[in-house]
Design a protein around this ligand. Structure first.
Ligand code: ZN
Length: 310
C-alpha cells in the first residue's frame, strides 16, 4: 500500500498538469483573411460557438482586397471577429511590414495607419485598442532599434503582445492550401494531422521549459493565424488541449502571470518565443532551441513546393 502511494505521488510530480490547471490564451494574427473569406468566417464562427476568448491582430490593408467579396463585405468579416464580447482587438500594423527591414519611421507610420478602422470598431463594441503585435515578431535588428520601438509603444499606451507557443502554422497552411488546390485531399489531411501532432509537441516542449525555469506551469499564449488550416483543425486542437486539462483564458488574464513582467533581452530580428527572450544566457538559449520538436520534414516539403512554383 505504501509503495502504491509513493508511486502515485511520483506520478503526480511527473505530471504537473494534474496538480495545477493549465491555461492558454489563443491569439490569431493576420485577421481578417479576406483572401480566404469563407475559411476566415468558419474559423471565427467556431471560436465564437465554443466561446473561446480570442485576441485578434488586425492588418487593415486586408480590407482593401477586392477579388473575393469587396470592401464592405471585408469589413463585415472583420466585424464578425471584433463583435464577440470576449474577443480582444489588437493592431498588427496596416500592411504587415518587417520592422528590422523598414526602420522606425516607416514602421511607426504603418502602425498608426493600422489603427484607423480598428479604433472605430473598438468604439462600436465598447472595447479598447491596447494590444500591439509585431509582424513576424520582429522587434528590430539590434538593441537600439529594439529599445526605440519598445519606448514608442509605451509612450503610446500600447501593450507589446508576446507569445510562448507557436508551431509555424503558416508553413503547414501553405502546404495544406497547396494540396487542396491540387485536388489532393488525402495529402491535405496528412498535413492537417501533422500540424496537430507537432503543435501538441510544442506545447509539451514549452510546458517542460516552464517547469524547468519557473518550477510551475505558466499561463501560455498560443500564436497562430487566420487561415484555412485553422478553420478546419482548430476544433481538434482545442479538444486535444482540453483533454490535457487546458482552460482557455483571455490575453489580459494570461498576461497577469508575473512571467510577462520580465524583460525581453533578445536583440535579433527572428520571431522566437518569449520563453527564450527572457533567458539572459544566450548560449543556453541556443542550446535549448536545438532541442525543439523536429519539423524539418515539413520545412523540406514546403521548400520543394515553393521551388516548383517559381
Ligand atoms: Zn502576422
Amino acid at each position: 500500500m505504501k509503495k502504491l502511494l509513493i508511486l502515485m505521488m511520483a506520478s503526480l510530480i511527473a505530471c504537473p498538469g494534474i496538480l495545477a490547471q493549465l491555461q492558454v490564451a489563443i491569439t490569431i494574427d493576420d485577421v481578417p483573411n479576406t483572401k480566404a473569406y469563407n475559411a476566415s468566417l468558419t474559423l471565427v464562427r467556431q471560436l465564437d460557438q465554443k466561446k473561446v476568448p480570442t485576441a485578434i491582430f488586425i492588418n487593415e490593408s486586408k480590407l482593401q482586397f477586392s477579388k473575393n467579396q469587396g470592401f464592405f463585405a471585408n469589413v463585415g468579416l472583420l466585424m464578425h471577429w471584433g463583435n464577440p464580447p470576449y474577443n480582444t482587438l489588437g493592431n498588427h500594423t496596416y500592411s504587415h511590414l518587417r520592422y528590422s527591414a523598414v526602420g522606425y519611421q516607416a514602421f511607426t507610420q504603418d502602425l498608426v495607419k493600422g489603427e484607423e478602422f480598428t479604433e472605430k470598431l473598438a468604439k462600436k463594441y465598447h472595447k479598447k485598442l491596447r494590444y500591439f503585435r509585431f509582424p513576424y515578431n520582429d522587434l528590430g535588428k539590434d538593441s537600439s532599434q529594439h529599445h526605440q520601438i519598445v519606448h514608442y509603444l509605451q509612450a503610446n499606451n500600447y501593450i507589446l503582445t508576446p507569445f510562448t507557443v507557436e508551431s509555424s502554422d503558416w508553413m503547414f497552411n501553405y502546404l495544406y492550401e497547396h494540396y487542396q488546390k491540387q485536388g489532393k485531399p488525402k495529402e491535405a489531411q496528412r498535413i492537417g494531422n501533422l500540424y496537430i501532432q507537432k503543435t501538441l509537441e510544442y506545447f509539451t516542449f514549452f510546458e517542460k521549459m516552464a517547469m524547468a525555469q519557473y518550477k510551475r506551469p505558466v499561463r501560455h499564449i498560443y500564436l497562430c493565424h487566420d487561415n484555412p488550416l485553422n478553420a478546419d483543425y482548430i476544433g481538434l486542437l482545442l479538444s486535444k488541449l482540453r483533454q490535457r486539462k487546458y482552460s482557455f483564458i483571455s490575453l489580459t488574464k494570461a498576461m497577469q502571470d508575473p512571467v510577462y513582467q520580465q524583460t525581453d533581452v533578445y536583440y535579433k530580428k527572428w520571431g522566437v518565443s518569449w520563453m527564450y527572450r527572457w533567458m539572459k544566457d544566450g548560449k543556453a538559449r541556443s542550446q535549448l532551441m536545438k532541442t525543439e520538436p523536429d519539423i524539418m520534414s515539413v520545412y523540406q516539403e514546403y521548400q520543394k513546393v515553393l521551388k516548383a512554383k517559381h
